[in-house]
Ligand binder design. Structure first.
Ligand SMILES: [Zn+2]
Ligand SMILES: [Zn+2]
Ligand SMILES: [Zn+2]
Length: 315
């Protein structure tokens, strides 16, 4: 993520800022990747703290416009969780916009989000996060750190964040878009395996007996099914690209726009070097590793494939 400049005073401001310390009200113009004054705010600015500009007069922004269902707001905490979930969605969408998705000339389908809460006024009801035919379901209560930590321990995951959920589910959506091209599908199956194998059977086999970590998969869960391997691979490509882009914006490294880097190995080498350095810094403060994964040669091959298909912009 880049660091932006206030249009009124020029001071640095951050992606989620609604105002600058000079008092100016800020809006983020995603198409131009810049902060502007808040003349055309998203209609969820006051209710959800969305700082993007609206696409149409008094309308929603690009991101809020993708949300079809909101959680039960009778439960007071759900609004805060929804707002945090939307913030993670905007962050992740911004990276995809920089690769040419969801803004002109991309006229393909946009994802449709159902933002549900497992805690409703009527009952507690499990929400399965997932993607089906262009529609993404998110459990907004995962914005609650206690709930997330509990699930993370139960499932033995090294990482569990709302940003990670967004990247993973949007990756399934992007597969759905790309799979209309047989050239993509054939190459995908050669590298990730046949995605036509029974998904429900594969998932239940995974949860019955989770396999040991394996060097061909970025996470254990990636072994569950080729679809999950793709989603985990793409999520990590997005993590590593954003890590590099944010580190450059913060002045830790030089080397141009990470989203315009067409050479996957150059991008990954820089990202891995940064991750190792940042893990070291975190250990000094008693914090967990910022990136607790090993990018093996086999995983790199999949990352290269995903990078080639997801970058719609020229270098
Ligand atoms: Zn300012
Ligand atoms: Zn919005
Ligand atoms: Zn998945």
């Amino acid at each position: 993520m880049q660091i932006f400049a206030c249009p009124a005073c020029g001071e640095q401001v951050w992606f989620h800022n609604l105002t600058c310390s000079c008092g100016a009200a800020l809006s983020f113009d995603v198409a131009h990747q810049e902060m502007v004054t808040a003349d055309a705010p998203c209609r969820h600015r006051d209710t959800l703290g969305c700082n993007w500009t609206s696409l149409h007069h008094h309308g929603a922004c690009l991101s809020c416009g993708m949300t079809r269902t909101h959680p039960d707001l009778e439960v007071p905490e759900n609004r805060a969780h929804w707002s945090e979930t939307e913030a993670a969605k905007r962050w992740v969408l911004d990276g995809l916009v920089r690769w040419g998705w969801f803004v002109p000339p991309d006229d393909g389908a946009r994802p449709v989000f159902d933002m549900l809460a497992e805690r409703t006024s009527a009952q507690e009801l499990p929400v399965m996060m997932g993607h089906a035919d262009g529609q993404i379901t998110i459990n907004v209560n995962e914005a609650d750190p206690a709930l997330r930590a509990q699930r993370q321990a139960e499932l033995g995951e090294a990482y569990r964040t709302m940003t990670g959920h967004m990247r993973h589910e949007l990756a399934h959506f992007l597969f759905w878009r790309l799979s209309q091209d047989n050239v993509f599908l054939d190459a995908f199956r050669a590298l990730f395996g046949d995605d036509r194998q029974d998904y429900a059977v594969a998932l239940s086999a995974y949860y019955d007996k989770p396999p040991a970590p394996d060097p061909a998969h970025i996470t254990r869960y990636a072994q569950a099914h080729p679809h999950e391997d793709w989603a985990e691979t793409v999520a990590h490509l997005l993590h590593l690209t954003d890590l590099t882009d944010s580190a450059a914006a913060a002045g830790f490294v030089t080397g141009g726009d990470a989203y315009r880097q067409g050479d996957t190995d150059v991008l990954l080498n820089r990202a891995v070097e940064l991750a190792i350095s940042m893990n070291h810094i975190n250990r000094a403060l008693g914090q967990p590793d910022v990136y607790p994964f090993v990018v093996t040669g086999l995983v790199r091959e999949k990352l290269r494939f995903a990078h080639r298909w997801l970058r719609r912009v020229e270098s």
